[in-house]
Design a protein around this ligand. Structure first.
Ligand code: C5P
Length: 238
């Protein structure tokens, strides 16, 4: 089994991020760097993490007019990240422009294009939040609608909560990647996450990639925590 764990390095501190990446590198499939890291360390910081050899999911959640998003995708293309994302609510023209830009930039640089994925409805949104922005359908319907739109636009997958994974596995094609945060090993603290699943449950529901932050990064021994999770997954798939 390819290691599905991407560890979320949610820090502004490059040395902390590098230390964690190096500590867990033999037990994870990649790292996720978000806006917190990127706004503090920029492309140079991403390049430093890339030197560990771990694939990177650059979680920038791009959302702007198509031309600007395409430009932003081209600007990060030289970093050679494995996964990059946009907001599906940016619409089809924006998503297609992003996908085209990713493919063109990679072809020009002679590299592999990142897997471009989309965020559907932020997991911090509940039905009240959706109504407040004029969205009256149930969250799950909106998630399916945006995931299917993402697929039609030629992107490779979506970020989704554990609650939506099984639903989207059914609603989207088998090769459409489901990237799932909100993962907590059995018996661990859920912290601020409202919808969580164990790693084994999320994989069984159809997750392709598990984004795991604090369950690994806040552990006394992050390498041992990551190793325990991959051990459980291997056991479940044996
Ligand atoms: O520490 P924890 O495992 O909760 O971290 C989850 C990671 O996934 C964080 O980087 C968080 O920003 C990210 N994420 C999330 N829910 C989403 C999208 C991303 O928790 N819908």
């Amino acid at each position: 089994m390819t290691n599905p764990i991407y560890v979320a390095l949610d820090t502004t501190d490059l040395e902390v991020a590098l230390g964690l990446a190096n500590a867990v590198r033999d037990h994870v499939g990649g790292v996720k760097l978000g806006l917190e890291f990127f706004n503090a360390n920029g492309p140079d910081g991403v390049a430093k993490i890339a030197e560990t050899g771990l694939p990177i999911f650059l979680d920038l959640k791009l959302h702007d007019i198509p031309n600007t998003v395409a430009g932003a995708v081209r600007a990060v293309a030289p970093l050679g990240v494995a996964i990059l994302n946009v907001h599906a609510s940016g619409g089809p023209a924006m998503m297609r422009a992003a996908q085209e830009a990713a493919q063109e930039a990679a072809a020009k640089a002679g590299t592999t294009a990142p897997l471009l994925i989309a965020v559907t409805v932020l997991t911090s949104f509940d039905e009240n939040d959706l109504r407040s922005v004029g969205q009256h359908r149930p969250a799950s319907e909106q998630v399916i609608r945006l995931a299917q739109l993402t697929q039609v636009c030629g992107l490779g997958g979506v970020v989704c909560s554990p609650k939506e994974t099984a639903l989207l596995r059914y609603a989207c094609s088998p090769d459409f990647k489901l990237i799932v945060p909100g993962i907590r090993p059995a018996g661990s603290d859920t912290q601020d996450q409202k919808r969580v699943a164990t790693p084994v449950q999320a994989k069984a529901d159809g997750a392709d990639i598990l984004v795991i932050g604090r369950a690994i990064t806040a552990a006394d021994d992050p390498a041992a925590a990551a190793a325990a999770i991959i051990g459980e997954l291997n056991e479940a798939s044996a």
